[in-house]
Design a protein around this ligand. Structure first.
Ligand SMILES: [Fe+2]
Length: 402
C-alpha cells in the first residue's frame, strides 16, 4: 500500500519539503516585519516647491493669503500671512516631521499657529505642535505665520523631513504570507495524519499477509508431507508460477495471487490415500486414475474460496493439456484458465527437476528440451518461452528450504 503524500510517497521527503517551505515562508515574514520596523524608524526627506514634489505622496502647499504695508520696523515694511498645508496621500501616517522653507527675502516672524517656527537666515524651520504632530494617511494639516518682510517676498524650495508609520497588516503581502504559512501547516498536518493512518493500515496488512503466508505454507507443507519425495514441491511451483506471471506482465498484487494459487494447486492430494501416493513402484491403471482425481478433489475443496480469484481453477485444471488430452475435464487451448496453464508448466518443470520415488532428478537441460518439445501439445506455446527465458536467466530453478 502506497502512502500517498501531497508531494511524494516518501513521508521523510515530504517532511523535508514542508520544513523548507515553512522555514522559507517564516523567514520571508520575519524579513517583512523587520523591513517595516526599520522603515518606521527611518527619516525620509522630500524636496518640493509650490508646484509639488518629484515623486512623493507627501507634499506641502502654501499661499500668501494676506498682504499689507507695515511701518513699525525700519526697513521691514511688508506684512504677509502665509498659510501652509501638509498633505499625506500615501498609505502610512507621518510623524516626527520637520519642514525647512526657504524664503527669498529676509523677514521677522510676527505670529504663527499650529507649530513652532524658528528662523535661520532666510530659512524657516517648522516643527509640529500637538495638533500637527501626526498627519494620518489621506489627511491634511495646516499651519502658518504672519511675517514682516524686508522686501518683496516669495517661497523657494522646501525640504520636509519625516518618519512614516507603516502598518504591516495593511500590506497584502503580509496576509499572503500568513495564508501561505497556514496552508503549509494544514497540508503538513493532513499529510502526517494520513501517514499515521496508512502506517496503521500497512501494519495491519502486513499482519494479515504474515498470517496468510504462514497458513498457506502450512497447507503446502501438509500437501507435500503426504509424499516425502515431493518436499518443497508446492512452494517451488508457487515461486515458478509467480516468476512466470511477473514476466507475463502481471502486477505485483496479481503475482502474489498467482503465488498463493500455486501453493495450493495440489491440495486435492489430501484426499488420496498414502498407500498410493507413497507407493515406491510403478502405479497400475486404477491407482493412476485414483491419483488423477486429486484435481477434482482440489477443485471441490477450494470451490468456496472466493477471496482469492481463480484458486479453485488452479487446483482443478493444472493437469489439462493444450491439446485437450489432459485431465480431468479435457479442456483445450485457451479454454484452460491461464492460471492453470501457468501452473501446469511450473508443475511439470519441478516434477522433472526433482527426484522421484522411481528416479533421480532430471537435468535442467532435459527439462528445457521437454518444455520446448511439448509446447503446443502439452503446454501453452506462448508461456513455454517465458519459462525458458527464466531458466536461461538463471532465475529458475530455485532452492527452497523446507
Ligand atoms: Fe498435480
Amino acid at each position: 500500500m502506497k502512502d500517498k503524500g501531497w508531494f511524494s510517497d516518501n513521508i521523510n521527503k515530504n517532511r523535508r519539503i514542508y520544513a523548507i517551505v515553512f522555514t522559507a515562508l517564516t523567514a520571508m515574514l520575519l524579513g517583512l516585519l523587520v523591513y517595516y520596523h526599520n522603515m518606521g524608524n527611518r527619516t525620509f526627506v522630500v524636496k518640493g516647491t509650490q508646484e509639488g514634489t518629484e515623486s512623493s505622496d507627501i507634499h506641502i502647499q502654501y499661499e500668501r493669503s494676506k498682504e499689507w504695508s507695515e511701518h513699525g520696523t525700519p526697513g521691514f515694511d511688508k506684512g504677509m500671512e502665509y498659510d501652509f498645508s501638509l498633505s499625506d496621500s500615501g498609505s502610512g501616517d507621518i510623524y516626527e516631521w520637520q519642514a525647512e522653507i526657504i524664503f527669498t527675502s529676509d523677514y521677522v516672524i510676527d505670529s504663527s499657529w499650529n507649530g513652532t517656527f524658528e528662523k535661520a537666515d532666510h530659512k524657516l524651520i517648522v516643527r509640529p505642535d500637538e495638533q500637527t504632530e501626526k498627519v494620518a494617511a489621506g489627511e491634511t494639516k495646516t499651519f502658518g505665520l504672519v511675517m514682516i518682510s524686508l522686501d518683496e517676498q516669495s517661497v523657494g524650495e522646501y525640504r520636509l523631513y519625516y518618519k512614516e508609520d507603516f502598518t504591516v497588516t495593511d500590506m497584502p503581502v503580509f496576509w499572503v504570507l500568513i495564508a501561505a504559512i497556514l496552508i503549509t501547516l494544514a497540508v503538513f498536518i493532513t499529510d502526517e495524519w494520513n501517514h499515521r493512518r496508512y502506517s496503521r493500515l500497512r501494519e495491519r496488512q502486513e499482519e494479515i499477509q504474515a498470517i496468510l503466508l504462514e497458513s498457506f505454507t502450512t497447507f503446502a507443507n501438509i500437501i507435500d508431507a503426504k509424499d516425502p519425495y515431493t518436499q518443497g514441491h508446492s512452494l517451488r511451483v508457487a515461486e515458478y508460477a509467480r516468476l512466470i506471471a511477473g514476466k507475463m506482465g502481471y502486477s505485483e498484487a496479481e503475482q502474489e495471487r498467482v503465488y498463493w494459487i500455486g501453493m495450493l494447486h495440489d491440495i486435492g492430494k489430501i484426499g488420496i490415500t498414502d498407500a498410493i501416493l507413497q507407493k515406491p513402484g510403478q502405479l497400475d491403471n486404477t491407482e493412476y486414475s485414483t491419483i488423477q482425481t486429486h484435481v477434482d478433489i482440489g477443485g471441490l475443496i477450494l470451490k468456496d474460496f472466493k477471496a482469492l480469484t481463480d484458486i479453485a481453477d488452479g487446483a482443478q485444471y493444472h493437469h489439462e493439456r493444450w491439446d485437450g488430452k489432459g485431465y480431468s475435464k479435457h479442456l483445450e487451448g485457451k479454454d484452460i484458465p491461464e492460471i492453470a496453464r501457468i501452473i501446469c508448466i511450473a508443475d511439470s518443470f519441478d516434477a522433472m527437476t526433482s527426484p522421484r520415488v522411481y528416479r533421480k532428478a532430471l537435468p535442467v537441460d532435459f527439462a528445457k528440451e521437454e518444455l520446448t518439445k511439448c509446447a503446443g501439445t502439452q503446454f501453452d506455446p506462448d508461456i513455454v518461452p517465458v519459462m525458458l527465458e527464466l531458466i536461461d536467466e538463471g532465475v529458475v530453478p530455485v532452492e527452497i528450504e523446507v
